[in-house]
Design a protein around this ligand. Structure first.
Ligand SMILES: [Zn+2]
Ligand SMILES: [Zn+2]
Length: 489
């Protein structure tokens, strides 16, 4: 553990406790988890492979144990992802043939063409989410798994894992695949489309990256990381890092507890922990620990208002113009949906309608409801708001389908007077709506919904239901797996 950790922890502990000579002890509580959606601290049982523990209050997943091997399975899919990714960079996705003239599109063509048309910010966004981030995420995962496989996990591994979490959502291969699918269905109507190996590699990359996520067991990686038990503070005093089990009687009150946002380690102090102040680095992963995201309401409201500001022009202004033999009409998002519907591509038109019109509205309304709930200290349907937040987090990025589709169409339909597709300013506004609402959801801390009505003052034990025990005996998957003697941390 670094000297910086003890120095900062000591300074913070003495400054907010108000007592100058307080002994700053840090107790790590094993077998306790904080729900990151509702903020409830819960004693959790030992979790066996293939089982999931859900929050008692809001049903969000607390722990999910994978059945696959901790390193081997994700490493195999990670190597496969890396190989496919490199091949994808070297192959084209499709060729469009219009009256004998051919145009080839690769992963790079879309962003480059947007740059040529003067939309540098969208060029960066598309390149970031479809080329740069997938590469970074695969490299990070490979490095993390290598670090975790070493007998003593190096200090850089937890840092990389924390970065993996931050960046994973920005790798949007799966969203891009849908964008390509929508673009393809529009193109087959227009001219001859010849699929290239890149399109299959793209689909394969989506599957292998999803396989990495579904076999990667983060909790098991953290368990390989030992805790430092003692070190010096800035005054040269020894600061004890003590370990407690959640089954012990001498647990600190919840107001003294904090959970690391990165590795989920629960720590207890001798004094109450302030809500938003940085209280030091986690003794397991070295990341800065805070009880709640700082200025969550203010930041989320600013991003949300900015997103709403762009939402109206995003729907009114044209997003692209298709010109054929010198004549053409600009089209908006909604007219694109209607076109697909008229062309009898009803499932696809519903998909674009959902991703581009419904999802942004749903996100803005949901986040506004949550912020309002905190402002008026409402107790209305809190578990529903928790579910809504998790949904907003998951579906937000799918709205970029339209932006990806336009980038592909612009790159491939590029035949001068005969046929040409250009991007329009509506697309920029729309991309801003999506990005700003993603930022709003990331800035918002849903635990505050429960905080303001005083529901996060006590911890809770995961209840053991009779039917759960019966299912356990039969070897079926449970929502929670009970154990009195051992706990998952
Ligand atoms: Zn919860
Ligand atoms: Zn941590």
């Amino acid at each position: 553990m670094s000297d910086r950790f003890h120095k900062r922890l000591w300074q913070q502990a003495t400054s907010f406790s108000g007592a100058q000579n307080v002994h700053s002890s840090l107790r790590v509580i094993r077998g306790m988890r904080e729900c990151k959606t509702c903020g409830l601290f819960q004693k959790v049982p030992l979790v066996k492979p293939g089982f999931v523990v859900k929050c008692e209050r809001c049903s969000s997943t607390l722990i999910r144990r994978r059945k696959t091997s901790v390193i081997g399975a994700p490493a195999a899919f990670c190597v496969a992802s890396a190989a496919i990714y490199v091949s994808l960079l070297m192959n084209s996705l499709m060729v469009l043939n219009v009256y004998g003239r051919e145009n080839t599109v690769s992963l790079f063509s879309g962003p480059l063409e947007l740059g040529v048309q003067g939309y540098g910010e969208i060029e960066f966004l598309v390149a970031l989410t479809t080329i740069i981030m997938p590469g970074i995420v695969i490299a990070l995962m490979g490095t993390i798994l290598y670090g975790a496989s070493r007998p003593i996990m190096p200090d850089w591994t937890p840092r990389l894992l924390s970065w993996y979490h931050r960046l994973r959502g920005w790798s949007m291969v799966e969203v891009y695949v849908l964008g390509v699918l929508v673009a393809y269905t529009k193109l087959v109507d227009l001219a001859l489309v010849i699929l290239q190996p890149g399109i299959y590699l793209l689909g394969a990359l989506m599957l292998t990256m999803a396989a990495v996520d579904s076999t990667f067991d983060e909790d098991m990686i953290w368990r390989r990381r030992p805790l430092q038990h003692e070190a010096n503070d800035h005054q040269g005093n020894v600061l004890d890092v003590e370990c407690l089990s959640a089954s012990e009687d001498r647990l600190p009150p919840v107001k003294n507890m904090i959970s690391c946002g990165s590795c989920h380690l629960v720590m207890g102090f001798d004094h109450s922990v302030p809500q938003e102040m940085d209280i030091g680095d986690c003794p397991r992963c070295n990341q800065i620990v805070r009880r709640r995201k700082p200025n969550s309401i203010r930041n989320a409201t600013c991003f949300l208002l900015a997103g709403f500001f762009f939402y109206i022009p995003a729907n009114i202004l044209p997003v692209m113009t298709y010109t054929r033999v010198g004549t053409g009409m600009p089209s908006t998002i909604i007219s694109g949906v209607i076109e697909l519907w008229k062309a009898n591509m009803i499932p696809l038109s519903l998909l674009v309608l959902f991703a581009s019109i419904t999802v942004p509205v749903l996100k803005i309304l949901s986040l506004a409801t949550m912020i309002l709930s905190i402002k008026i200290k409402s107790r209305w349907n809190l578990p529903f708001l928790g579910k809504l937040y998790r949904m907003v987090e998951v579906i937000g990025r799918w709205s970029l389908i339209d932006v990806f589709m336009i980038s592909i169409l612009c790159a491939v339909v590029h035949f001068g007077f005969i046929a040409n597709i250009t991007a329009d300013p509506g697309m920029v506004c729309f991309a801003f709506v999506v990005i700003l609402t993603i930022f709003a959801a990331e800035a918002f801390d849903p635990r505050e919904i429960w905080d303001v009505v005083g529901l996060n003052d006590t911890w809770q034990s995961q209840s053991i239901k009779n039917e759960d025990v019966k299912s356990l005996e039969e070897g079926k998957a449970l929502s929670s797996v009970p154990s009195q003697s051992q706990y998952g941390a």
